[in-house]
Design a protein around this ligand. Structure first.
Ligand code: DAH
Length: 339
């Protein structure tokens, strides 16, 4: 490009800027002329090909072009209607929305997933609106069981209900996968409970299911206890121990209730553990052969354990929350104390 050509190109560019109709057009011109791959930077790069004696004058002209383009872009931009329309007080402080924080229930669920993740468990999901087979029948819960009552469960017709537990995700997982199975399933659950300090009609559970071929490794209650003990220590700290108490659930045999030693008094007895030194956190057991039959697994060939934790329970003891309702009020003054 000769000097004369450069001057001509400059005149064109300045005219284009002058005629630009809006901010988008100005931006396009900025990119075209002074953007990283624009024509002026390209000229600067090509400077080495200009004959040596012409180089100083040419360089000056290019720099002048660049400066003029930038100045007229800026001038045009600040005189645009959008720029003029802003007449606010630039010295006012901005609006501060504050940093958000994870809800304690989310934190318990995420930590649980991370802890079991280290043991090879993946997270499975299921719907909150379930059918009778997944929530009750396949879990070996007979029609006359009180949990199926209209007064205990939110039914929507004969076969549709708000799941009363996360256990139906066990069924979904086994129906969809061959053993071995290693999943945890966090989620919302619903029961017709009257709300008080320890009850809520909508709460959360974390289900766990482990099933393996018995021939390769029979799964035992000892496996269950060791996994839950590991979880307890990771979640609550090293001092926590786990206790099993015999219990009954239709879908496990044998069944146990699982207590953690009270982390507040270290098992000595305090108001949090009602002076017992222990806090109930889960139900668990060895998967009942009838459950395996319902999902097409051969109980002669596979064995496994299952457990179901109350998320609110764990959050309440971990963070020392005395009333379950605090978890649902979304009062930032409370939530920030746990952040
Ligand atoms: N679903 C039970 C409940 O809501 C908890 C439970 C008990 C889950 C034993 C399990 C289990 O997986 O094996 O009370």
């Amino acid at each position: 490009m000769t000097l004369a050509e450069l001057e001509a190109a400059k005149a064109v560019s300045l005219e284009e800027i002058e005629k630009a109709a809006d901010a988008a057009a100005l931006e396009a011109l900025r990119v075209k002329y002074v953007g990283r791959n624009g024509s002026i930077p390209a000229l600067i790069k090509a400077m080495k090909d200009v004959p040596k004696e012409e180089r100083p004058a040419f360089g000056k002209a290019v720099q002048a072009w660049k400066a003029e383009v930038e100045a007229s872009l800026a001038a045009k931009m600040s005189s645009s209607p959008a720029a003029k329309a802003f007449e606010g007080d630039l010295t006012l402080p901005g609006r501060w929305f504050g940093l958000g924080l994870r809800h304690p229930l989310s934190r318990v669920i995420e930590e649980t997933a991370a802890i079991f993740g280290k043991l090879g468990f993946t997270v499975a999901d299921g719907p909150e609106l379930e059918n009778k087979f997944n929530n009750f029948t396949a879990l070996n819960t007979p029609a006359h069981h009180p949990s199926q009552d209209r007064t205990d469960t939110f039914w929507f017709g004969e076969d549709c209900l708000l799941r009363t537990q996360t256990s139906p995700v066990q069924i979904r997982t086994m129906l969809g996968n061959k053993p071995p199975v290693r999943v945890i399933c966090p989620g919302r659950t619903y029961r017709r409970d009257t709300t008080d300090a320890t009850h809520s009609a909508n709460f959360h559970q974390i289900e766990g299911l482990y099933v393996d071929e018995t021939a390769s490794k029979p799964v035992s209650l000892a496996d269950l206890k060791s996994v839950l003990s590991y979880f307890a220590k990771e979640m609550m700290g090293d001092g926590v121990t786990v206790r099993f108490r015999p219990h009954f659930f239709p879908f496990t045999e044998p069944s146990v209730e699982v207590d953690f030693s009270c982390h507040v008094c270290k098992g000595k007895g305090c108001p949090v553990c009602k002076k017992s030194g222990w806090i109930e956190v889960a139900g668990a057991g060895m998967v009942d052969p009838r459950v395996f039959k319902h999902v097409g697994y051969d109980p002669e060939k596979v064995s496994g354990y299952a457990f179901g934790f109350g998320v609110e329970r764990i959050a309440m003891i971990k963070y020392g929350i005395p009333d379950i309702r605090w978890l649902y009020e979304n009062d930032l003054r409370f939530l920030r104390q746990l952040g």
